[in-house]
Design a binder for this molecule. Sequence first.
Ligand SMILES: Nc1ncnc2c1ncn2[C@@H]1O[C@H](COP(=O)(O)OP(=O)(O)O)[C@@H](O)[C@H]1O
Ligand SMILES: O=C(O)[C@@H](O)C(=O)COP(=O)(O)O
Length: 424
Amino acid sequence: MLIGVIADDFTGGSDIANTLAKGHAPEGGLRTAQYAGVPTGSAAPGIEAGVISLKSRSAPVEEAVTQSLAALDWLTAQGCEQIVFKYCSTFDSTDDGNIGPVAEALARALDCRGVVVCPAFPTAGRTVYQGHLFVFDRLLNESGMQNHPLTPMTDPDLRRVLSAQTSAGVGLVPHPVVGAGASALRKALSDMSHSFAVVDAISDDALLTIGEAVDGAALVTGGSGIALGLPRNFIRAGRTQGGKTPFAPVKGAAAILAGSCSGATRGQVAHHAARHPTLAIDVAGVMAGAVTVEDVVRFVTEHAGQAPLVYSSGTPEQVGTMQSEFGREAVSARLDALFADTARALIAQGYRRLVVAGGETSGAVAQAVCDTLSVDAMGIGPEIDPGVPILNLGDAPVLLALKSGNFGTPDFFGKALAMMEHGA
Ligand SMILES: Nc1ncnc2c1ncn2[C@@H]1O[C@H](COP(=O)(O)OP(=O)(O)O)[C@@H](O)[C@H]1O
Ligand SMILES: O=C(O)[C@@H](O)C(=O)COP(=O)(O)O
């Protein structure tokens, strides 16, 4: 294995696995696998990039650090020469962490300084300029992310956000230096006295420059965009040939599960609900024990073949009401468990295609599917929308799409199921 990724959630893991598998034309990508948690055995032969997806984004700090270091150990044991710490392109974190503490622990373990911090993903509208994170034309704190149920982002200055999470120093490599090319950037990084360098990137060209500049660096951190230029370093050095991963479409029972409350998901829910059977979960009913897994599974199976959707997604006001009544963690834990148990039951009944919206939700569902099928590795298929590939699991196989809350066009759910059935 050449590149090892530690992703702080499952949608983020499939986002960067997609980037590594696709690579950049003309070279193509690496043979990539995504893992649900730290695998117990060794990687399958021939895997060149391994992405370990953790559920560490909103875990307690110590747990996030421990999980990440365990992931580092496994990836190092597989021979990885470069480690990427993948966090969200909207830098989702709390005041305590976990981006700062995890990045600091990895930098210490790998003895690195001037480590790149760059969540930019221009294709999805995320750019970094003068150390500030934009989502399309809005600063992060005005993008909707200030209302996130678990990790509200209220400051767009990444230096300030990261500095609040770690005692390690945070510097900036501004746009003009990146624009001057890979050698100038490499020099700026090696001259950096701080542990971390927030690096501006407002285009894919900037990400490719960063990729070239970090050739040989033991640790890089960022969103999925940071991986854009990494496969070609290994391909150009003759370490691998690169190319495209083959994919076999799957017919069979399908369902859509949405626990994300992000703006894009709520639009996708409205779009799909106007055309297909849809169950809006009564969140207070779930908390009171009045709405059960059996109710949800019954709804899905009664509408088999009609692309049924089950969602808990609510507006910031609805989320706020539930959280103040029942507690933030308690609501999330109950809903995540409801979706996971639903997925477990559906897979046991032979469902072959699941589309899931939301990072926490996807983590819970993908883990349940992996457990049910007794697998921990997922193959990477074609990209449905930027940052969201089809994943394949097990021998049958089962296909999954793990959609980040804010990704995808309004017709994403139907498009994902169609692509799973007919191919790209
Ligand atoms: N109606 C709701 N009220 C409160 N919390 C909710 C509601 N619906 C979902 N949640 C919780 O909000 C969190 C959304 O996070 P996530 O699944 O990561 O979505 P995103 O990708 O949009 O961040 C989940 O933990 C989910 O269980
Ligand atoms: O970088 C991104 O935006 C995504 O890969 C990601 O991490 C999404 O997280 P969720 O919004 O929680 O799904």
